[in-house]
Design a protein around this ligand. Structure first.
Ligand code: BG6
Length: 493
């Protein structure tokens, strides 16, 4: 598609996200011929950088972090001309005026008022100020072509998210607001919808008559690294469950929209979140487990305890691991437990959805039913990218012995170096497609789902915080949570 000329403005242009994800994503889009024909990326930062020095810094990061570090020198030499560093102070009106002028120069050069894409990769406490600055200086006043991307965290709890949404609603039009959840840009997460709705053989089974339980795991091997200051005020429930895991839940559980069109898809997701049964505070222990990593070993290397990480309170009670159970009270899912878990400093990086089917056969075949395992569908999100369907098969030989077998679709075979999540999402935002971004109601519902848990964990005394050694699969109690219902964590690691 043809994208109009665009001025791209990155607030937090010298930050971690810009260096690891945003610049590499823009450059890869450029290499793929997907950037607008005319564009300028303006990176805002408080430090003072000479233009060429900044471009060299972006170049170094490209070599270090791009999925495609073997780019051609000529491509880079062209791309770097599109980057401008702009020394700005977000509390200074002059900066907004100067920014306005810089953007207007682009428009003059292009001979038309270009689109504008603002990326707010800044601490939550600055969002209001920057939004007001954009409004006051009429930087984003073209509703049809000016868009603002907001990074997470989007609020700290339900009431702060509502306040933020109200503030933004007064400042911009909802169609200009792009709330990013980068999990929605992942190939394998998008493929969940393709798999469900592009095939006729799975959807008839996708309900409580045939599905026994669903598991969603997002395990990370990294600890909090240098993000202790942020993370210690967040924790896994806010950092991962409220957004990434609930968004995966939506993809797995939502109803099919009539049309695959942005608002309808987002309606169906919001409906699903509304149907998630809210957990009562007194039941928290029955549904959730929280834990924090203690010292351990990962890949043969010693790993320190969470409380000893830089920026973390030595007495911290912030969880780095959560396991929990949800129910969805609608016709499709009534009675089906959805188990979720996520954690840091675990043995391996591994994210997957497992659909565990019921044994609903009426036959007595084979005579020895005890050898039969339930069918499972595993959707590996990362780092493996595949879909596996397990089934029972006859063991070759003279006897009727059954053995588990698997059908596998390996995504890597067709997408070994496919686009990264941020490439997909930035292209959508440049193109004005908000399907994969979160609407205000989804964000508020997601906070509402975890609200009682947040309250009990922060102010109550019902819920202990367990520990697990770094490099393990989490605390024993996470296993217990499933055992009570005759389940166990199923995953192909
Ligand atoms: C971020 C969280 O949103 O997602 C991080 O803030 C987490 O704590 C990251 O590490 C995981 O993303 P990915 O793409 O590496 O799975």
């Amino acid at each position: 598609t043809h994208i109009r000329p665009t001025s791209i403005v990155v607030f937090g242009g010298t930050g971690d996200l810009a260096k690891r994800k945003l610049f590499p994503a823009f450059f890869n889009l450029y290499i793929d011929g997907r950037m607008p024909e005319q564009f300028q990326i303006i990176a805002l930062g408080r430090q003072v950088f000479d233009q060429e020095a900044f471009r060299d810094y972006v170049h170094e990061n490209m070599l270090a972090f791009s999925r495609n570090p073997n780019f051609l020198k000529e491509q880079w030499d062209e791309f770097r001309k599109h980057i401008t560093f702009f020394n700005a102070h977000i509390d200074d009106d002059q900066s907004y005026q100067d920014l306005h002028q810089l953007i207007s120069q682009n428009d003059d050069r292009w001979g038309e008022r270009g689109n504008r894409l603002f990326y707010l990769s800044i601490a939550p406490s600055f969002i209001e100020q920057v939004s007001n600055g954009l409004k006051t200086f009429a930087l984003a006043d073209n509703v049809a072509g000016d868009r603002i991307i907001f990074e997470k965290p989007f609020g700290y709890d339900k009431s702060s998210a509502i306040r933020l949404n109200e503030m933004l609603a007064k400042t911009f039009h909802e169609e200009q607001i792009y709330r990013i959840d980068h999990y929605l840009g992942k190939e394998t997460v998008q493929n969940i919808l393709a798999f469900r709705f592009g095939n006729s053989i799975f959807e008839p089974l996708w309900n409580n008559r045939h599905i026994d339980s669903v598991q969603i795991t997002v395990a990370e091997q990294v600890g909090v690294e240098n993000r202790g200051g942020y993370y210690d005020h967040s924790g896994a429930l806010r950092d991962m469950i409220q957004n990434h895991l609930l968004q995966i839940l939506c993809m797995v559980g939502m109803e099919a929209p009539n049309e695959f069109e942005s608002e309808q898809i987002r309606d169906k997701k919001a409906d699903l979140l509304k149907s998630v049964r809210r957990i009562k505070r007194e039941d928290i222990n029955h549904y959730t487990v929280r834990a924090q990593y203690a010292a351990g070993e990962i890949n043969g290397q010693p790993k320190k305890a969470y409380r000893d990480e830089p920026g973390v309170d030595p007495q911290s009670r912030t969880e780095t691991f959560v396991a929990m159970k949800f129910y969805i009270d609608n016709e499709r899912w009534l009675g089906v437990p959805f188990y979720m878990r996520t954690g840091k400093s675990l043995q391996q990086k591994h994210s997957a959805v497992v659909i565990n089917f019921k044994d609903s056969t009426k036959t007595k075949f084979p005579a020895n039913r005890s050898s039969i395992e339930n069918n499972q569908l595993t959707i590996n999100i990362q780092p493996e990218m595949d879909i596996r369907l397990s089934f029972m098969s006859k063991q070759p030989g003279l006897d009727m012995e059954m053995t588990p077998a698997e059908m596998v679709f390996d995504y890597f075979q067709c997408a070994s170096n496919g686009p990264e999540a941020y490439e997909t999402l930035l292209l959508d935002a440049l193109d004005g497609d908000s399907t994969l971004f979160m609407r205000s109601d989804q964000v508020e519902e997601a906070w509402d789902i975890i609200e009682s848990i947040q309250e009990e964990w922060e102010h109550g005394d019902l819920s202990p915080i367990y520990t697990y050694p770094a490099g393990s699969w989490g605390p024993e109690e996470a296993e217990e949570l499933l055992k009570r219902q005759g389940h166990r964590w199923l995953s192909s690691f």
